[in-house]
Design a binder for this molecule. Structure first.
Ligand SMILES: NC(=O)c1ccc[n+]([C@@H]2O[C@H](COP(=O)([O-])OP(=O)(O)OC[C@H]3O[C@@H](n4cnc5c(N)ncnc54)[C@H](OP(=O)(O)O)[C@@H]3O)[C@@H](O)[C@H]2O)c1
Length: 307
């Protein structure tokens, strides 16, 4: 059954932290709609200016919205740790939306020695989730929503090797697909571990189909405006569904009355567009061995264990 924005419940007294809220992307629309329903939103991102732009755009539409900002570079474990410490002042969190991501970037390694897409899309969010978990537990009704992709279906294998090992040939698209598979493996393993540990937090996932955001231009050029990047960005926006539509599966996973482990995506052809509903995953994403193995690799890589 499709879910509609009109079903988004009142968010008064609820705080949601959304990563990757730059104007024009999915996270911005997730935050905007939660704020429209009276929720307090924490915009988390790596650029002070882009966070300020997102906050100003929300206030243009909703002058009384409760908006906070948190600077975090998910591709840098030290930055994630600092941000989590800073987030202590926010009090209980009702939802963490792991939305920020990069796609098909040229080969690069982060300051921690990880491939950039794996660091940004999985390892940084893995650490952030673990460090914010006490605040999610404190709310008594916490939720972790992680944004995956239909691309998880084309992943050759889960990224289970030592993430600091730089051997092997790098291909941008398979590397991206593997991180989006990791988002689902992470979600299902987190959900299982939360149940075993009896924590009042659920883990769900969502994907936006194909949405016209800055993802393509950012991945290709490291920016979404200027020269060819502007043309690619405009083309991407023209082809994909509006980011406000792409945000709906994420909003559904964040607010609808659903069990942990649910995955939401667009209900249209190929799950590329349309109103959201509960969708399925590849068989690989349900592989419990890979879920456990990725969890253990990730704990070692970022240096914490939870829940
Ligand atoms: N658009 C689609 O069709 C599509 C399809 C499937 C899945 N997705 C997923 O949807 C999510 C959102 O992407 P989008 O389409 O909205 O793309 P986007 O417009 O490029 O937004 C991505 C957001 O992530 C932030 N980000 C990137 N690297 C970061 C880092 N190291 N630390 C903190 N924040 C960082 C970006 O910040 P900056 O502005 O500073 O770069 C931006 O706010 C991603 O996880 C993506 O994989 C999108």
């Amino acid at each position: 059954m499709s879910w509609r924005l009109t079903e988004l419940p009142d968010q008064t007294d609820r705080t949601t932290l959304v990563t990757g809220c730059t104007v024009g992307g999915l996270g911005f629309h997730v935050a905007l709609e939660l704020a429209r329903r009276g929720g307090r939103v924490v915009l988390a991102g790596r650029s002070v200016d882009r966070l300020a732009g997102a906050e100003a755009a929300i206030h243009d539409e909703l002058p009384d919205a409760a908006v906070d900002r948190l600077v975090v570079d998910l591709a840098d474990l030290t930055s994630v740790r600092l941000a989590a410490t800073e987030a202590g002042r926010l009090g209980p969190l009702h939802a963490l939306v792991n939305n920020a991501g990069v796609m098909a970037t040229p080969y690069a390694r982060t300051v921690d020695g990880f491939e950039q897409q794996l660091a940004t899309n999985h390892l940084g969010p893995f650490l952030l989730t673990g460090l914010l978990l006490p605040q999610l537990v404190e709310s008594g009704d916490g939720r972790v929503v992680t944004v995956s992709s239909q691309m998880h279906r084309v992943a050759r294998a889960a990224p289970l090797g030592d993430p600091r090992h730089s051997g092997g040939r790098y291909s941008r698209w398979p590397a991206y697909a593997a991180t989006k598979l990791a988002n689902l493996l992470f979600t299902f393993e987190l959900e299982r571990r939360l149940r075993v540990a009896d924590r009042p937090v659920k883990a769900l996932a969502a994907h936006p189909g194909y949405s016209g955001t800055h993802l393509v231009a950012n991945g290709r050029f490291g920016r979404s405006s200027g020269g060819v990047a502007s043309i690619v960005d405009a083309a991407s926006r023209a082809i994909g569904q509006a980011p406000a539509m792409g945000a709906l599966p994420v909003l559904m996973a964040t607010t609808a009355d659903l069990p942990g482990g649910t995955y939401c995506g667009p209900g249209g052809p190929g799950e590329m567009r349309g109103l959201p509903r509960v969708v399925g995953t590849s068989r690989q994403a349900r592989d419990e061995h890979d879920q456990r193995a990725l969890w253990e690799v990730s704990e070692r890589a970022v240096g914490i264990t939870y829940p």
